[in-house]
Design a protein around this ligand. Structure first.
Ligand code: BTN
Length: 253
């Protein structure tokens, strides 16, 4: 796992492998703050003791069975207001890899950046930024991908093993993930935002369907219409459109 990868151009050329750590995001941020960390470095562990999730949640997975890693990037070509572009490309890449290995036609992105196979989550992403002026100076992209784990504490989780009954080489899945992220990262850098946005929207779970959501403590019937430039979810409700950020809305059913 700790040998560098040949195929990606710049991701995974420097790999820091830790058998155990609190959180790869935390290690990556500390390393970036205290040393010259090469862009594209991967910090990877078999076991996280304090894995961080979105909305202040923890990320708990079985040691040695999954991919838990962080990528260090310097997307200084993006303004702070363009952060969501990174969310889109990372989720597109991770989604694509699950589709490739599971052969499932039901791999989708749950806004903003969870990957689901049918109605179960198989991957989570936590992006943490450091800013310089109005630019995104440094970014730690933390990715948790459920690969060979068979049982989960929560019912709404799955893995490649859970979907296919087969075990996968973690290194192969990681290499494909780095290749896919690199492809979308270069597309974004080369003015491919329009295509990325439409690709992201085409893979979005519940888009253009009526479902039950919750906002401000109230459940309501709504339809996802899309996302705005800063990544807020645009939902139709009672013939009006509303924009929600991540803390403001939950998906019920
Ligand atoms: C979520 O869906 O809540 C995001 C989960 C992100 C988990 C990954 S695992 C590797 C990296 N290190 C962390 O502490 N978190 C991310």
């Amino acid at each position: 796992m700790h040998k560098i990868f040949a195929k990606p151009l710049f991701l995974g050329k420097h790999i820091v492998y830790l058998p155990e750590c609190q959180s790869t995001n935390e290690i990556a941020s500390k390393m970036a703050a205290t040393s010259e960390l090469l862009e594209g470095s991967v910090i990877i562990t078999d076991k996280q003791t304090d894995g961080r999730g979105q909305r202040g949640n923890t990320w708990v997975t079985e040691a040695g069975k999954n991919l838990t890693f962080s990528l260090f990037l310097k997307p200084s070509f993006l303004k702070i207001s363009e952060q969501f572009n990174m969310t889109m490309i990372i989720s597109l890449a991770v989604r694509e890899v699950f589709e490739k290995f599971s052969h499932s036609s039901q791999v989708q992105i749950k806004w903003p950046n969870d990957v689901y196979i049918a109605d179960r989550k198989c991957a989570g992403i936590l992006i943490e930024n450091s800013l310089k002026g109005n630019k995104l100076e440094e970014m730690v992209v933390g990715i948790g991908m459920n690969i060979n784990q068979g049982n989960f504490h929560v019912s709404q989780a799955t893995s490649l093993f859970g979907e296919t009954g087969a075990e996968f080489e973690l290194r192969d899945v990681l290499e494909e993930t780095l290749i896919a992220i690199e492809k979308y990262y270069l597309q974004l850098k080369n003015s491919g935002l329009h295509a990325i946005r439409s690709n992201y929207l085409s893979k979005l779970m519940w888009k253009d369907e009526w479902h039950i959501f919750e906002a401000a403590g109230k459940a309501f019937n709504g339809k996802i219409l899309g996302v705005d430039q800063i990544g807020r979810l645009i939902v139709e409700k009672d013939k009006n459109q509303y924009a929600f950020d991540i803390k403001e809305i939950s998906f019920l059913k």
